[in-house]
Design a protein around this ligand. Structure first.
Ligand SMILES: C[S@@+](CC[C@H](N)C(=O)[O-])C[C@H]1O[C@@H](n2cnc3c(N)ncnc32)[C@H](O)[C@@H]1O
Length: 389
């Protein structure tokens, strides 16, 4: 598909390029945040440490960087701020027009300018200023190399591999692990307590084969790997957001998540195609597993979770649940994103003078790189390729 026809058939692909996002996925995170306030806009201090798993090419990390480090707003929040400013501007024009000199020299409306107006002006000044957060720490991990992003620690690692655990811990608290071999899974146990994180994101997806059951299975393994890392680093009350494919037995995953989080919901952002099985689990209120390793929540339970330094080696279990159980717990399913926003399944007419932009960040080392090289060697794109002799 050419760039221009993709622009037409995928509004979010086009918008991502226009708004400087590395991938259309940025809109999914922004829309989930609109509904679940993932970044705690009302209490910014409560979300400053975030891990972004399966992060390449990095549009979610861009969102994190721009919201947490630069203090920008997006989506509905940005629109609301803009509307507030416009309404204030209109009101002040209205006030200027109705002001008439009073006989005693006092201008009409002057008396009324009291606490409320000052509050509004103050609010307006606040709006003009970006609100970066203090002590922000963002660590992003992917199998693929990721082009650097300001203020973000990027790691090239496999989230399903045990060697990624010490890498992540060290990236989160480098000062605690000085002198340790980052590749060693056996870090010295006598170190000070590491700082847990507030939010773990995972947009992990395997290279899909088209065999649905296989793709769903491999994706669920990525989710468990992400959950395992999340359990090791999240603070009590922290949040975990991860991509899922809603396959046949997905409710087992929901039930397992519910054992370590107070609230689990399924979010479907408008930028995710309705025709796709993709959705996101939004897990809030992390309940760290109890320390007794032999108890019902102990290490003999099902989920695993590495012996994490944050909870002194406690591991989660799936109390009372195993694959054979017939517990069905259905989480709320929540559509995110404004109804007036672009429809991911619709094609849109483009203006005749539309110029198709290049992607913001082409993949640095895509798995299909060799295939592209071979195609080039053989004379060009599919359909024009000369058959090999
Ligand atoms: C849909 S993309 C993520 C897009 C990203 N959230 C963004 O906004 O740019 C899925 C990513 O999962 C990564 N991935 C798949 N398996 C992985 C694994 N075992 N460990 C780390 N990353 C993995 C892929 O390399 C791919 O970059």
């Amino acid at each position: 598909m050419g760039k221009s026809s993709k622009d037409k058939r995928d509004a979010y692909y086009r918008l991502a390029k226009e708004q400087n996002w590395r991938a259309r996925s940025a809109f999914k995170l922004i829309q989930v945040d609109e509904e679940f306030d993932l970044f705690a806009h009302s209490d910014p201090d409560s979300v400053t440490r975030v891990v972004d798993l399966c992060a390449a090419p990095g549009s979610w990390s861009q969102v994190l960087s721009r919201v947490l480090i630069k203090g920008e707003s997006f989506g509905r929040r940005a629109w609301e701020e803009k509307s507030r400013k416009e309404a204030r501007a209109l009101r002040s024009v209205g006030t200027e027009n109705t002001q008439r000199p009073q006989p005693d020299g006092i201008e009409e409306g002057q008396e009324k300018k009291g606490a409320n107006d000052e509050e509004e002006e103050e609010e307006e000044d606040q709006d003009k200023i970006l609100k970066p957060r203090k002590n922000v720490k963002i660590v992003s991990i992917d199998l693929q190399p990721m082009a650097p992003l300001e203020g973000i620690t990027t790691l090239k690692a496999d989230i399903t591999h045990p060697s990624t655990i010490p890498l992540l811990l060290k990236a989160l608290d480098p000062e605690l692990y000085e002198g340790d071999d980052a590749n060693s899974p056996h870090l010295s146990p006598n170190r000070p307590h590491p700082h847990p994180v507030d939010l773990v994101l995972s947009d992990g997806a395997p290279d899909v084969t088209g065999l649905h059951d296989l793709d769903i299975y491999v994706q669920s393994q990525l989710l468990y790997a992400a959950l395992n890392l999340a359990i090791g680093v999240l603070r009590p009350g922290g949040k975990f957001v991860a991509k899922i494919f809603r396959g046949r037995d997905v409710d087992l995953i929901y039930a397992q998540l519910k054992t370590v989080f107070k609230k689990v919901s399924v979010a479907k952002p408008r930028s995710s195609r309705a025709s796709s099985l993709e959705a996101f689990v939004v897990c809030e209120g992390f309940k760290p597993p109890v320390k007794d390793s032999d108890g019902p929540q102990g290490s003999k339970g099902g989920l695993g979770g590495f012996d994490n330094p944050v909870f002194g080696g406690a591991r989660p279990g799936v109390a009372g649940l195993s694959a054979g159980d017939h517990h069905r717990w259905i989480p709320p399913f929540i559509a995110c994103g404004d109804l007036s926003s672009w429809d991911a399944d619709a094609s849109y007419e483009l203006p005749p003078d539309h110029v198709s932009l290049d992607p913001v960040q082409p993949p640095t080392a895509p798995p299909y790189k060799r295939a592209l090289e071979l195609r080039k060697e053989r004379g060009g794109a599919f359909g024009k390729t000369k058959s090999p002799r």
